[in-house]
Every structure is written in structure tokens, then in C-alpha cells.
Write a protein that binds this ligand. Structure first.
Ligand SMILES: C[S@@+](CC[C@H](N)C(=O)[O-])C[C@H]1O[C@@H](n2cnc3c(N)ncnc32)[C@H](O)[C@@H]1O
Ligand SMILES: C[S@@+](CC[C@H](N)C(=O)[O-])C[C@H]1O[C@@H](n2cnc3c(N)ncnc32)[C@H](O)[C@@H]1O
Ligand SMILES: Cc1ncc(COP(=O)(O)O)c(C=O)c1O
Length: 544
């Protein structure tokens, strides 16, 4: 199979299809991404004319037409036909995006091309990617819903990705040849049936969005595919920008995602990591992917300050979520949730927060769908912080009166051990706009919540534990009601944080009861000893 996958014939296919007007289109597609990393070459014969074709954007105007065809044709032929219609569709519809200062008025004169290397506004504030909504509004919400639904799980580059299936809402103008995608997104929305029923007072409509079940094991893949694709575009002809590499400071997951996407595209990655403050699994990811890894004797906030200084001096593109491109990819998780509920809007979405880009990205995804009439409202957002790293929580509790950056203390939720969040303004905006709430979780609360979730079939990370602990508190206070449709966002794969689970189940953690610990039973290697243990376990029970 491996040999076949690399042979040119595997990627060479010729099919003859008939379009709606009854003409024959020959489509030849040759994919050479595996031999020439980061580039995808599609050569097609459309209506007898050979075109060297880079765009594989399906024309949003033709969705309904394709749906009619679905009933008549095998799926593979529809994909081929779609490939022949989509050229230049985005350009002709005027879909575009640019940077503007965060929360700028609609008529702001301060705009930047996405091809500019710019991270801050003229006044030093955050930037935001603004889409040409009037162009997108020429199509009704029903149209976008049908288009996005039609692309789920497709093999057509780049639409199989949960991010690039929403390309018009993300980076409408990027050429698919420049996209660096590892099939991110399309993550499971886990029905937390047992957790809701047995531990949250019979909550029937509780779901966990498993963003961490992804190529590098965290939601960071969603944003990184967008940022690295844009860098790939900047470095490639015709722009040929002199960008030597891409750099980030990280609490572990951003560096893992950056390193993998850069390695796939052949772009150098440089990552600044706080020594001894990330998990071993996270540390080994950029090492394995060949990034330049600097382990720096400071915390995340210290690494962040250093990377900003360094990227101001060297031709290294800054990949932190200060860079608003990342949020364009991350916002697709919100759109995906709506899609997974057949475009019904949930009541609550709970997101663990550290640097606070993700909570805004969720807001942006939901709000864009509301504004473009894919849905008619947005859910209430909850941002959940570790009590040891809770500057947003304290700000919220002060009635948004007094924001104080802090030095964050150690937490098992190490990826959110951040005391001076870059996206604080974005988070406050998102929470105010959605009648949102901020909650916090102590170390014991977050580890217990994570471990209880594991007992109902999950393998959650401690950050997901923070969000789950917030849910427990909001249920206890009656803020979230039994029948509210509630989503907890799981941000990373539990396997990246197995050390914390080992410590918990070994009951090794000082001042923590570890009430759900389930340590292995050490047994001598003989029948009698094994039987003794199992009989004891079965006492009073019919089965294991
Ligand atoms: C083998 S390619 C299909 C090639 C296609 N039939 C063609 O000739 O253009 C499809 C696979 O590529 C992988 N893939 C990775 N990223 C993708 C993306 N963004 N969109 C579609 N497929 C992607 C997926 O695993 C998918 O199953
Ligand atoms: C939110 S439910 C859709 C609910 C549906 N509209 C209904 O009311 O019955 C769909 C999601 O459930 C999740 N899911 C989890 N386990 C599933 C399973 N065994 N079969 C189908 N979907 C499952 C998937 O991630 C999928 O995207
Ligand atoms: C696993 C995990 N959860 C949550 C977060 C918090 O996301 P944000 O920094 O966007 O608030 C991060 C990264 O910082 C993370 O790696």
C-alpha cells in the first residue's frame, strides 16, 4: 500500500464526466504533493482546453445543482464535475479579507492586506481579519449551509479539511496550491451521555467537542493550517517574500502544531518553550519534527516577550495567536458545532482559556454564522480558567473594572498557565457580546472533573478538566439548566498529558484526595492470588 501511495499512477486518474449542459469534460488530476512537499499540482482538461489549474474552489452558486445531480451519479463523478466548475469563482464573487484594528468601525481607513507582515495596529493594538461581508451576503444562509455540508469528508483538495471546507469564510483568496493541510477539523462531537445522566443531574443534551483528536493532538492545528498556508503563499512565487522561518512562544501545543505544519511544507520553525513547564509529550513533538527548539528558563509570558522582540529584528514570521490569522482557522470549530447540530444553536459553549484567543475565535465563528444568516442567534459563552492562572476571572469578578496581569502559578493545566494574556481585549469583547460568564477551577476540581469524565469513556486533558469543572459549578448554581444544550470544548488529547493522570491515579499529588483514582492492583503470578483479587472485587456484584 505504501509503495502504491507513492507511485505516480496512484495519483493519476482520468474520468470522463458529463456536466449539466451535456458536454463531456475530461479531468486529469495529478497530485504530486508527496514528492514535492507543500505543493499540489492539478492539471486538468476542461471542455477540451488544457488548463494548468490551481484553484479547486467549488462555486458556491452551484450547490443546489450538485445536490440534484447527487441522486443520478456516483459520488466520485460529482467530485470530478465539481473540480471543473469552481475556477475563479471566489474572485468573481469578490470574497476577500484584510486586517483591520480590532473592534474598528466599519468605515475604518486603517486596513492592511493579508500579504503584509503586520501584527499590531498603528496605535499598538490587536488586529482582526475582516471579511467582505457584503460579498458573502449575496448568498443566503441556506446556501452557505448547503455548501459546507456538501464538503464534509470530501477527498477533493482542500475541502476535506474541516477548516478549508469553509474556505470562503477563512482565507477566500488563497490559492489551494499554497494550502498546507493535514486534514484538520471534522472532530467528533462526543455525546457525554453518561456524564450528563449520572453526574450532572440527568443532563441529556451534553456534548464534548473533541478538538484535540487531531493531527498534533490539540485544537491548535485549526489555526496553524491557516497561518502556515499564508506563510507558504508569501514565500512562494510570485510574492517571494524573504521569510526565513516561522517562530512562536508556546505552552506546548502551539509549538507542536507549528512544527508539524512547517515540517510538512519545508519551512523552518523556531519555538521558544518555558523550561520544565510543558509536558514531555509536547516537548518531543517539535524535536521530532525538526524545529529549532529553545528551552528558555522563564515562564510562557517571558517566552512571549522574547519572541516578540526577536521577530521584530529577524525575518521570522510570528505565529502566536497575537497573529489574527490563527483565529480564522480556530473559528471553524464553532461553525462545525452548528453543522453537527444540523444548524441548530446550542445554549452554552464552555471553552478553557489561557492566552484567550480561542474564546474569541469561537465567538467570531458563531457571530459570522449569525450575521450571514446561517443561524439566527449565538450561544452564551463560558470561559474557564485554572484558579492558579486566572487573570480573566479576577477581571470579570471586578465587574470588568480592573485588569491586572499576574505571574501564573503552576497548574496541571499547564497549557493555560498564562498570567498576561495577549488576547484579553478579544476575550472581554466575546464575553460581553454573548452574555458570557467566566468561571475558575482549583487543581483538585479540574483533576477530579477530568478523571470523572475519563470514567465515562473520555480521555480528557487537564484543560478540558477546567472546562468540565466550570460546568459542574454552573450546574450546581442552577445557571446551566438540566435541559440546556451544552458543549464543553476539549482542547487537547489526554495522551499529551498522561504524566498528570499517572500522578493522579498513583495518588501522588500533595493535598489532593484523588477521589477517582483507579490504581492497578499488583498481583502475584499464580491462579489463587488472581482469584482472590477478583472474588473480592465481585463481592456483592453480579458482574465486573
Ligand atoms: C488521496 S487524496 C484524493 C485525491 C483526489 N481524488 C484527487 O485526485 O484530487 C484524499 C486524501 O487526502 C487527504 N487530505 C489531507 N488533507 C486534505 C484536505 N485538506 N482535503 C482533502 N483531502 C485531504 C485525506 O486523507 C484524503 O482522504
Ligand atoms: C449532534 S449529533 C446530531 C444530532 C441529531 N441531529 C439528532 O438530533 O439526533 C451529531 C454528532 O454526533 C456525534 N456522534 C457521536 N457518536 C456518534 C455516533 N455513534 N453516530 C453518529 N454520530 C455520533 C458526531 O460527532 C456527529 O457529528
Ligand atoms: C490544550 C489547550 N487548552 C487551552 C488553551 C488556551 O487557548 P487560548 O490560549 O487561546 O486561550 C491552550 C493554549 O493556550 C491549549 O494548548
Amino acid at each position: 500500500m505504501a509503495a502504491a501511495a507513492f507511485s505516480p499512477s496512484f495519483f493519476f486518474s482520468l474520468s470522463s464526466i458529463t456536466d449539466s449542459e451535456g458536454k463531456n469534460d475530461n479531468v486529469i488530476s495529478t497530485v504530486n504533493r508527496f514528492r514535492n512537499p507543500g505543493s499540489l499540482l492539478l492539471l486538468r482538461h476542461c471542455r477540451g482546453t488544457r488548463i494548468s489549474c490551481s484553484s479547486t474552489a467549488s462555486d458556491p452558486t452551484s450547490v443546489h445543482h450538485h445536490q440534484q445531480l447527487k441522486s443520478r451519479r456516483p459520488p466520485e463523478e460529482n467530485i470530478r464535475e465539481e473540480a471543473c466548475r469552481r475556477d475563479e469563482a471566489n474572485a468573481s464573487h469578490g470574497f476577500s479579507a484584510c486586517y483591520v484594528p480590532f473592534d474598528a468601525p466599519a468605515d475604518t481607513a486603517e486596513t492592511y492586506s493579508l500579504d503584509d507582515v503586520v501584527y499590531r495596529s498603528r496605535s499598538g493594538g490587536l488586529l482582526d481579519v475582516r471579511h467582505n461581508l457584503s460579498a458573502l451576503k449575496r448568498f443566503p444562509g441556506s446556501h452557505w449551509r448547503a455548501l459546507f455540508d456538501s464538503r464534509v469528508g470530501r477527498t477533493t483538495w482542500p475541502y476535506g479539511s474541516g477548516v478549508w471546507s469553509k474556505k470562503e469564510f477563512v482565507l477566500p483568496e488563497i490559492d489551494p496550491d499554497h494550502i498546507v493541510s493535514l486534514f484538520e477539523g471534522n472532530s467528533n462531537l462526543f455525546w457525554a451521555e453518561r456524564l450528563g445522566r449520572d453526574h450532572l443531574g440527568g443532563m441529556p443534551d451534553l456534548w464534548v467537542k473533541h478538538c484535540g483528536i487531531s493531527h498534533t493532538g490539540s485544537f491548535k492545528d485549526l489555526g496553524m493550517t491557516v497561518l502556515v498556508s499564508q506563510v507558504n503563499r508569501l514565500r512562494s512565487a510570485p510574492l517571494n517574500r524573504p521569510i526565513a522561518g516561522v517562530g512562536c512562544a508556546s505552552t506546548g501545543d502551539t509549538s507542536a502544531a507549528l512544527s508539524a505544519y512547517c515540517a510538512a511544507a519545508g519551512i523552518p520553525a523556531i519555538v521558544f518553550l518555558p523550561t520544565d513547564r510543558i509536558s514531555l509529550a509536547q516537548l518531543v513533538q517539535p524535536i521530532a519534527n525538526g524545529a529549532t527548539v529553545l528551552s528558555i528558563d522563564t515562564d510562557f509570558d517571558g517566552c512571549m516577550r522574547l519572541i516578540r522582540e526577536v521577530t521584530a529584528e529577524l525575518p521570522i514570521y510570528l505565529a502566536n495567536s497575537l497573529n489574527s490569522l490563527r483565529l480564522e482557522g480556530q473559528k471553524t470549530a464553532a461553525i462545525e458545532i452548528l453543522q453537527q447540530f444540523d444548524w441548530e444553536v446550542p445554549d452554552w459553549v464552555i471553552v478553557p482559556g489561557g492566552n484567550l484567543g480561542n474564546i474569541y475565535a469561537f465567538y467570531k465563528g458563531f457571530e459570522m454564522c449569525r450575521e450571514l444568516e446561517l443561524v439566527d442567534r449565538v450561544p452564551r459563552l463560558v470561559c474557564a480558567q485554572a484558579a492558579n492562572a486566572n487573570p480573566l476571572y479576577l477581571y470579570y469578578k471586578s465587574g470588568w473594572a480592573d485588569f491586572k496581569p499576574m505571574v501564573a502559578a503552576d497548574t496541571f493545566a499547564s497549557a493555560i498557565q498564562i498570567g498576561d494574556p495577549v488576547s484579553i481585549d478579544r476575550a472581554v469583547f466575546a464575553l460581553k457580546a454573548t452574555d458570557g460568564i467566566v468561571e475558575e477551577a482549583t487543581e483538585e476540581e479540574l483533576m477530579d472533573a477530568m478523571s470523572l469524565a475519563d470514567r465515562t469513556g473520555m480521555f480528557a486533558c487537564p484543560h478540558t478538566g477546567v472546562a468540565l469543572a466550570a460546568l459542574f459549578k454552573l450546574r450546581e448554581r442552577g445557571v446551566i439548566k438540566t435541559n440546556d444544550r451544552t458543549i464543553v470544548v476539549s482542547t487537547a488529547h489526554g495522551l499529551k498529558f498522561s504524566q498528570s493522570k499517572v500522578a493522579y491515579h498513583s495518588k501522588e499529588i500533595a493535598n489532593m484526595a484523588c477521589q477517582y483514582a483507579n490504581p492497578p492492583v499488583h498481583v502475584k503470578a499464580n491462579f489463587g492470588s488472581v482469584m482472590d483479587v477478583l472474588k473480592k472485587k465481585l463481592e456483592g456484584k453480579l458482574s465486573l
